[in-house]
Write a protein that binds this ligand. Structure first.
Ligand code: IPE
Ligand code: IPE
Ligand code: MG
Length: 231
């Protein structure tokens, strides 16, 4: 497996079932992300993506949104930045960053700068992410370029993919959703067309490193054909 993409659902339910505030579920979820990065590093994955916050999640209102942003900022500063420095991780943020808090934007650029020359595993954080918006903004850039160059040739997927947020990243080999639902919630629609899909009832804060070792093992047993005859 080169690239594993995780939909980290179930933080809220984890907290509520314990009589806690939803935000403590997000804080616990951040600790689970740290465990998952360690496990992915041990399994020598090239890339691991976390779906942290969608554009749809803004519907939850200011309290939850700003609470999640503060937890994410703390995680980036205290957990991810040290890993970028000690383990040579690369970090990519995908999404529309325009609506993020200024504190979050500050630490995002700090993490980006710190990992600039690294060659290790890539950690991708999808925040303010919408798959449909990603496609629309890529098409807008393409149209602009084509007009500038008076280029009337038809667009290919290869061209389009260069303007997706995920340009130059391998497509996810597997998408793994926690929290019991079997849906993708606007996550990487073009990049996951050939991904293996895994769903678990487990709530994200309950994630343990062993779960990831087992997933990689289960993945290895899958015969992938990509439309070809089985070899
Ligand atoms: C996933 O947990 C994290 C985000 C979407 C930000 P949820 O907050 O969606 O948790 P549930 O689904 O309400 O349990
Ligand atoms: C999916 O979780 C999005 C993220 C993990 C960021 P949601 O809790 O937002 O998904 P829906 O709304 O139940 O589909
Ligand atoms: Mg949810």
């Amino acid at each position: 497996m080169r690239h594993l993409a995780i939909i980290i659902d179930g933080n809220g339910r984890w907290a509520v079932s314990r009589g806690l505030e939803r935000l403590s579920g997000h804080a616990e979820g951040a600790k689970a992300v740290a465990r998952a990065i360690e496990a992915a590093y041990e399994m020598k994955l090239e890339c691991v993506t976390f779906y942290a916050f969608s554009t749809e999640n803004f519907k939850r209102g200011t309290r939850e949104t700003l609470g999640i942003f503060a937890i994410l900022a703390g995680f980036l500063e205290e957990t991810l930045l040290p890993l970028v420095q000690t383990r040579g991780l690369r970090v990519r943020f995908i999404g529309n960053l325009a609506r993020l808090s200024s504190d979050l934007l500050t630490i995002i650029s700090k993490v980006n700068v710190a990992g600039l020359n690294n060659r290790g595993m890539t950690v991708v954080i999808a925040v303010g992410y919408s798959g449909r918006d990603e496609i629309a903004q890529a098409i807008n850039i393409l149209i602009e370029q084509k007009l500038l160059n008076s280029d009337a040739s038809p667009v290919t997927y290869e061209e389009l993919s260069r303007f997706l947020y995920t340009a130059n990243l391998p497509d996810p080999d597997a998408v793994w959703r926690f929290g019991g639902y079997k849906r993708l919630s606007n996550f990487l629609p073009l990049q996951t067309v050939y991904s293996e899909l895994f769903f678990t009832e487990k709530l994200w804060p309950d994630f343990q490193k062993e779960d990831l070792y087992k997933l990689c093992n289960d993945f290895k047993k899958i015969k992938r054909n990509f439309g070809d005859l089985p070899k």
